[in-house]
Design a binder for this molecule. Structure first.
Ligand code: IMP
Length: 822
């Protein structure tokens, strides 16, 4: 073990923190009391906090080397980290000290934290899951490294103009990023294009090599990832593209200096911007280059680390576990084979054995439009050697399949990594399954759908590879940090064990029967709603009533997530209020937020419909406080932290069988919201945990959806049968919400009627409305509602990423905790 020369008490008191902050403002930022801004004070505090991570970080990395620990490498094209300061202070146990320091400077800690830009290097669930995983890995003292891309521009900034989404670039690095350490001296060369050629080695064996390729350099940027309440600080290494010296020489020697500078800039575009699609595959060359770029640099880095302490590759799978977060990094399978066979000169079978033992693959979606399939022509042009290797993998794999199932050519076709047709495609999911020892889904239902419907052939072939790892969320960010009031109340009754062992929340159950506790619980929820109401007023200039039922749907805009179904409910409520003003209506505030992919026209039209409904409802004096509709712009991690704690009702209403897991559903329930949802994704497991009396479930289940589809689904049947629905669709179609352009929303009505209602909103409408009515009824009994709210939080123990990660570590990675002495 490394000799510990570090001072364990390094400046962990408020006075040292303040001194350190002041020093940074002066000596790192070069500012004095006349010139330093609030942003400088944030930066000073962030740098002072970072100082307190560095020695733990170095100690952690040295200990991993000294113990020759097996490490897990989590490869993800997205890490949606959000802000870091609050989380780092919390994990270091420095919150009180930082609060004191901020106050002495004339600020609240909250004001300084608000100055930090969100690191939005992800689209939604997949990227945020990766961020929660990093937190759990460090908290559980597991040796792990996250690898991804340092995009210059993260997910776009969404503003709303005339009710429409407008995108602007997220220039998140404009003021620098104090959390990252550039390693300009630490680079890897990545190749693209060129061709392959045969050559004979010194033993006369025919070998292949990749030649005449373009070179791009990957520069490492490291971000420390601290565990909660321990000394572990893991590393997140993100790669940025730079033109190579070779590139410079080739271009600049040509004599056209300006042209050469332009070419250099273009070559560095690889890591310029995150593709803003969620659950949709776009087969663009630049995206393929992003995928290979970060994979190639990462595999080189893993090799460098492994080779420091090992002479042969026998132990590779005992020291290295690589997890593929979806198929985006799946080209790593071909890359590892290329390095082992072409460069390290292992024979194919030995290399293949190592590869399969090393990789695990997580599938995140069953939506056909999201499955990655690269055209053979494109992949062969950008990565000629990898295409050959994929063909070789496929041919050997299919030989085995044919031997086992000689009379089943349909099965051979389904399993093949190559999809035949006019434009041949590489099915990245098939490559990932063939090249991994583990394939997991992210919720129980999702894994069953993978087995039965998406990859039944592979399940027949290798049932042992399939396993489920239900997603989770980190309770550190999604309860302790974002809801300090509720956390304090919980801890006052059951202690702080839940922060690292979420199952302990069960101890809250008896307090659901305690009216005094219920009252305190309700007071906290009300406070969080008042805070959100103030935020809504400042952003949208809409006054909402904190006493009303806060009914919230925040997530990416996607037809399968059915924000439109929620909108149909809002219009139902509106019509009922107008028709029958004297009835006993439950006052509601319906809040939406979420980004639509810039090219997703229907999703953008749904945003416009929601904002148009909001305009009409909020300005109608007959409605008053009974109903308010809010679309909050630019949903991101930092405003999720404000929105989620304020929810009474959490909308999780995707068509059954479409949402792989969802993790927003878990964050809401953890903060005491009741879920209204379908039997989809992890909602099913939430139902199992909280019990049917504490959740509102409606609609078709996934079997019902399939059955209705195969029977022949007719949305007109539901339209003609339900008077309220009939009226609403006519209102939407005929310009009730768009008097300035009456046919504006006709495409939405068409999607639900003449175009077949792909996501079956009309089939579920009746059941959804009835379920919403039940929720409203329960709301009238505040005692019963609060009891359910407490039980929701108390029964969320399963949904910690600590549990998820423990399962990955045991079942897939075989990695063990390494305690860091400090
Ligand atoms: P790497 O990218 O994993 O090689 O991380 C570098 C970190 O590991 C630094 O903190 C080094 O101090 C530490 N490190 C690198 N090589 C060794 C070694 O051979 N023994 C102990 N620590 C090492």
């Amino acid at each position: 073990m490394a000799e510990n020369k570090l001072n364990p008490k390094l400046g962990m008191d408020a006075a040292s923190l303040k001194k350190s902050l002041e020093n940074h403002i002066r000596f790192t930022l070069g500012k004095d009391q006349y010139t330093s801004t609030t942003y400088d004070r944030y930066s000073g505090l962030a740098l002072a906090t970072r100082d307190r991570l560095i020695e733990r970080w170095i100690q952690t990395q040295q200990t991993y080397y000294d113990k020759n620990a097996k490490r897990v490498y989590y490869l993800s094209l997205e890490f949606l980290l959000g802000r870091t300061l609050g989380n780092s202070l919390m994990n270091l146990g420095l919150q009180k000290e930082a609060e004191k320091t901020a106050q002495e400077l004339g600020y609240s800690l909250e004001e300084l934290r608000e100055k930090e830009w969100d690191a939005g290097l992800g689209n939604g669930g997949l990227g945020r899951l990766a961020a929660c995983f990093l937190d759990s890995l460090a908290t559980m003292e597991l040796p792990a490294v996250g690898y991804g891309i340092r995009y210059d521009y993260g997910i776009f900034f969404q503003s709303i103009r005339d009710g429409w989404q407008v995108e602007t670039p997220d220039n998140w690095l404009r003021f620098g990023n104090v959390w990252e350490f550039p390693r300009p001296e630490f680079t890897c060369v990545v190749h693209f294009y060129g061709r392959t050629e045969d050559w004979l080695d010194e033993n006369g064996w025919k070998r292949k090599r990749w030649v005449d390729a373009e070179e791009i350099v990957a520069v490492a940027y490291d971000t420390p990832v601290p565990g909660y309440g321990n000394n572990t600080v893991n590393n997140l290494r993100l790669w940025s593209a730079k033109a190579s010296r070779e590139f410079d020489l080739n271009y600049f020697n040509g004599g056209d200096y300006i042209q050469a500078v332009a070419a250099k800039a273009t070559s560095e575009n690889i890591t310029k911007v995150l593709y803003p699609n969620d659950n949709v595959f776009e087969g663009k060359e630049l995206r393929l280059k992003q995928e290979y770029f970060f994979v190639s640099a990462t595999i080189q880095d893993i090799f460098r680390r492994y080779k420091k302490t090992h002479k042969t590759f026998d132990q590779f799978p005992d020291k290295v576990a690589i997890q593929l977060n979806d198929t985006h990094p799946a080209i790593a399978i071909a890359e590892l084979m290329r390095i082992l066979v072409d460069i390290e000169r292992l024979d194919w079978d030995a290399a293949w054995n190592i590869t399969v033992q090393t990789f695990g693959y997580t599938n995140h979606t069953i939506l056909p439009e999201a499955l990655e399939k690269w055209s053979v022509g494109l992949l062969g042009r950008v990565l000629p050697r990898h295409l050959e290797i994929i063909y070789e993998i496929n041919s050997r794999f299919l030989d085995g399949v044919r031997e086992r199932y000689p009379a089943d050519p349909d099965l051979w076709r389904d399993l093949s990594i190559i999809e035949e047709g006019e434009d041949k495609k590489i099915r990245m999911a098939n490559l990932a399954i063939v090249g991994s020892h583990s394939l997991n889904g992210v919720a129980a239902l999702h894994t069953e759908i993978l087995k039965k419907s998406v990859f039944p052939g592979f399940y027949r072939l290798w049932p042992e590879k399939f396993n489920n790892k239900t997603n989770g969320v980190t309770q550190r960010r999604w309860l302790k940090l974002c809801n300090p009031e509720l956390s304090a109340l919980i801890s006052s009754k059951i202690g702080e064990g839940w922060i690292t062992n979420l199952g302990e929340l069960r101890k809250l159950e008896p307090f659901a029967e305690d009216s005094g506790f219920r009252n305190e619980w309700a007071q906290v929820k009300k406070k969080k709603k008042e805070q959100l109401a103030a935020y809504i007023l400042s952003r949208n200039n809409i006054e909402v009533n904190p006493e009303s039922l806060f009914d919230i749907q925040v997530k990416r805009l996607h037809e399968y997530k059915r924000q439109l179904l929620n909108a149909l409910h809002v219009v139902t409520l509106y019509n009922r209020i107008i028709d029958n003003p004297a009835a006993d209506h439950v006052p509601r505030t319906v809040i939406f937020a979420g980004k639509a992919a810039p090219g997703y026209w229907m999703a953008k039209l749904i945003i416009k419909l929601i904002t148009s409904i909001a305009d009409k409802v909020n300005s109608d004096p007959r409605v008053g406080d009974l109903l308010k509709v809010v679309f909050l712009r630019n949903y991101a991690v930092s405003n999720a932290e404000k929105i989620i704690p304020a929810a009474n009702l959490s909308e999780q209403i995707s068509t059954a069988g479409t949402e792989a897991s969802g993790t927003g559903n878990m964050k809401f329930a953890l903060n005491g919201a009741l879920t209204i949802g379908t039997l989809d994704g992890a909602n099913i497991e939430i139902l199992e945990e909280v019990g049917k009396d504490n959740i509102f479930i409606f609609g078709l289940d996934s079997t019902g959806v399939s059955a209705l589809k195969s029977k022949g689904y007719d949305p007109y049947y539901y339209y003609n049968k339900n008077r309220e629905l009939y009226r609403i669709l006519n209102q939407i179609r005929q310009g009730f919400f768009s008097p300035d352009q009456v046919d504006r929303f006709a495409p939405l009505a068409d999607a639900l009627l003449s175009n077949g209602d792909t996501y079956m909103l009309l089939a579920d409408y009746d059941s959804y409305i009835a379920c919403q009515d039940r929720a409203a009824k329960l709301w009238k009994d505040q005692d019963a509602w609060n009891k359910s709210s407490i039980l929701n939080t108390a029964r969320m123990g399963k949904f910690s990423t600590d549990r998820t990660i423990a399962e990955y570590a045991k079942d897939i990675w075989k990695v063990h905790p390494v305690h860091i002495d400090f």
